[in-house]
Design a protein around this ligand. Structure first.
Ligand code: OGA
Ligand code: MN
Length: 225
């Protein structure tokens, strides 16, 4: 179903040197038009190889016992997230704590209030995240995620029209940060394995664990917000 759409879709490569590129020189963001790429890339940050394979393994060893106490949740067709289990984590070993702190340090300027609990989301190989905007009641301007175990494609879709979208290549052990426009005016999703293409490039999806830090909403938000 998605394949013909994908082919007819005109992916534009970023221009200029400011946007994130892989060490290979390939872009990490693809936009449906130059304007949306320009607009969104100001509010998206990607860092590859944020941690080493050894650090990744150590974090996972720390998470597995709690994750494995749960089953992956699959049944609810109307859920945003499919095939997942999750925990919130407050305390880490010293090594993991320093990685989480490094993530917070690059994502949030000093003094920005943050959720103290770190959200850990474990997607099974067939799991995926449908388009959504994180609730403004619980999450402020910035969402920062460290991606473990599998590469994936995160798609940002404009909340205002059907034409504007940007795909992010999220490699294993990389970090993404969404702020401002990318956080509020675009939904985000993680494509399922069948649809997991970055332009023409297949990005195989395996089990994926993300470690997500969020800033807190600044002011009081109304109940309808
Ligand atoms: C979420 C979400 C993205 C990720 O939990 O709201 O969008 O990287 N997660 O797991
Ligand atoms: Mn989200």
């Amino acid at each position: 179903m998605a394949a013909p759409m994908r082919r007819s879709f005109r992916w534009l490569r970023p221009f200029g040197g400011r946007r994130p590129h892989a060490a290979s020189g390939l872009p990490l963001l693809l936009g449906s038009n130059p304007a949306v790429l320009e607009r969104v890339s100001r509010d998206v940050e990607l860092r590859q190889e944020f941690i080493s394979p050894e650090q990744e393994a150590a974090i996972l060893r720390e998470l597995e016992p709690r994750l494995q106490r749960q089953r992956y949740q699959r049944e609810h067709w109307d859920q945003v997230i499919h095939g997942y289990r999750e925990i919130e984590k407050a305390h880490w070993t010293e090594q993991s704590e320093s990685i989480v702190q490094r993530l917070r340090d690059i994502a949030f300027p000093p003094g920005v209030p943050q959720l103290s609990m770190v959200h850990v989301l474990d997607l099974e190989k067939t799991g995926f995240i449908n388009p959504h905007v994180d609730s403004v009641k619980f999450c402020g301007d910035t969402i920062a995620g460290l991606c473990l175990l599998s590469g994936s494609v995160m798609r940002l879709l404009s909340e205002d029209n059907d034409a504007d979208r940007v795909d992010l290549l999220l490699e294993r052990r990389s970090v993404y940060i969404l702020r401002g426009v990318a956080r509020y005016r675009f939904s985000h999703q993680i494509l399922r394995d069948e649809d997991s293409f970055f332009g023409e490039q297949k990005v195989p999806r395996g089990r994926r664990v993300s470690i997500i830090c969020r800033s807190l909403p600044l002011g009081p938000v109304s109940d309808t917000g």
